[in-house]
Write a protein that binds this ligand. Structure first.
Ligand code: 4AD
Ligand code: MG
Length: 430
């Protein structure tokens, strides 16, 4: 019977054949332990010299790393491994012999691994991270479908710059100038006026000259947008969504979290509602924590975010930022014109901001005023104003950065390991 590693629990004490690669091996004169992977998982194959043809044992002992083969044997339970099963090998048939695989089981430097990302992805840790990433994507679709959202796909080539003009990738669009999307938000607002509650999931691009463990040049964002919705209601959706994805990973990716040595008690503790502090309170808290030179009106950097996160041990919303450091479309607090109805959600354990969101200005006159202040002119922005001309409604939305969320849930230090082929300041290869 031909099967895959993730299905072997259905074949205990039965003989199966699996197409695999050799990840690693250990052998003595009498026995060989093969670490095998097939994409769906990892399993140990045990070849006992006394139980197989001499030629099979010889072949097993000489297998090289990443050689592909069909392996046949009996599946048995193995209580010592977290996976729970192993294979007693009876036969093997080499498909393609790999020679001199560059990534050996010894430790390699990060640059070397990044240069070999196309191969590094095969390793157990990277495999686990990609599986968690996939689970978060699945959970995202599930959550928003069950909450009554419609998936909408905003364009990637655009003429507008929702998050400011300094970080744009320019490209030719025949005779016009276009940019790669920084955020689908403006289009999602238009879509919310057509479909009520919508969400997008797509790549976004920022030509940021930041070389930090939280910044990618190309990253994936989930952007929900909701008509007839207040800032407060948006915060409730955000915490419910984040709790949902954490639960979903805990339920579906136990083995992967074990591989990643993630402290799952920290994840199990994630329960909505999340704590909230205003920007003003955050400034006071930072001063108490020794950031004495921070002044009102400054944006927070990662040391500030980390200090605030440590204080709560739970994702925390920082709300009501100064208008001057936030995007043009954010709605001012009706009680106070110098701050806006917005929130950043800061992940625990120093993983930084995972969500940015706000209520949007729905008043035409005020939006026109912002256009002037931000010098937003031309066709690219004209249509967005029209959303405030025809049946404007209170609405709010947010963007969750997938890679930072994967980094937090997996407990990996740097976002470069959370996307299959990272685009970084100094890296377009592979
Ligand atoms: O806070 P940002 O810039 O918000 C927006 O783009 C809004 N238009 C979203 C909306 O309201 N629809 O980005 C949202 C999130 C951040 O919280 C962060 O998680 C992630 O996107 N992000 C990045 N992730 C990796 N690398 C970068 N360079 C990122 N920039 C933002
Ligand atoms: Mg932000």
């Amino acid at each position: 019977m031909k099967t895959t590693i993730n299905q072997v629990s259905n074949y205990v004490n039965q003989e199966v054949t699996i197409g695999v690669w050799l990840a690693n091996k250990r052998s003595s004169g009498k026995i060989a332990f093969l670490q095998l992977r097939d994409g769906t998982g990892f399993i140990q194959g045990v070849v006992v010299k006394a139980d197989v043809d001499e030629e099979i044992f010889k072949k097993a002992k000489s297998l090289t790393q990443e050689t592909s083969l069909y392996i046949t044997g009996v599946i048995v339970e193995d209580t010592r491994s977290p996976f729970g099963y192993e294979m007693q090998v009876k036969n093997l048939e080499i498909i393609h012999e790999a020679k001199d695989y560059p990534i050996t089981p010894k430790a390699h430097g990060t640059e070397f691994l990044m240069d070999h990302r196309h191969l590094w992805l095969r390793s157990k840790k990277q495999h686990a991270i990609m599986k968690v990433r996939n689970q978060i994507i699945q959970a995202t679709y599930q959550f928003f479908q069950q909450e009554g959202f419609v998936k909408v796909d905003p364009p990637i080539l655009t003429g507008s710059a929702p998050e400011g003009t300094t970080e744009l990738f320019h490209t030719k669009y025949f005779d016009e100038e276009a940019y790669l999307s920084q955020s689908g938000q403006l289009y999602m607002e238009a879509s919310a006026m057509a479909l009520g509650k919508v969400f997008s999931f797509g790549p976004t691009f920022r030509a940021e000259k930041s070389k930090t463990r939280r910044h990618l040049i190309e990253f994936w964002m989930i952007e929900p947008e909701m008509a007839f919705t207040t800032h407060e209601e948006s915060l409730q959706t955000q915490e419910k969504y984040v709790q949902f994805i954490v639960q979903s990973v805990l339920n579906q990716c136990e083995l992967e979290l074990t591989t990643l040595e993630r402290d799952i008690n920290k994840l199990k503790a994630i329960q909505a509602p999340f704590p909230r502090i205003t920007y003003d309170e955050a400034i006071d808290l930072l001063k108490e924590k020794g950031f004495t030179d921070i002044t009102w009106g400054e944006d927070f950097g990662s040391p500030h975010e980390t200090a605030i996160a440590e204080h709560f041990d739970m994702p925390v919303f920082i709300t009501h930022y100064p208008k001057a450091i936030k995007a043009f479309y954010m709605k001012p607090d009706p009680d106070r014109d110098d701050v806006v109805l917005c929130a950043d959600l800061i992940a625990p354990e120093g993983y930084g901001e995972i969500i940015g969101g706000s209520a949007r200005i729905d008043d035409l006159e005020l939006m026109e005023k912002r256009y002037e202040e931000h010098h937003l002119t031309g066709d690219a922005y004209e249509w967005y104003l029209e959303l405030r001309k025809y049946g404007s409604v209170p609405h709010a939305g947010f963007g969750l950065g997938l890679e930072r969320t994967v980094a937090w849930i997996c407990g990996v230090d740097h976002v470069r390991e959370t996307i299959p082929f990272p685009r970084l300041l100094n890296r377009l290869y592979p």
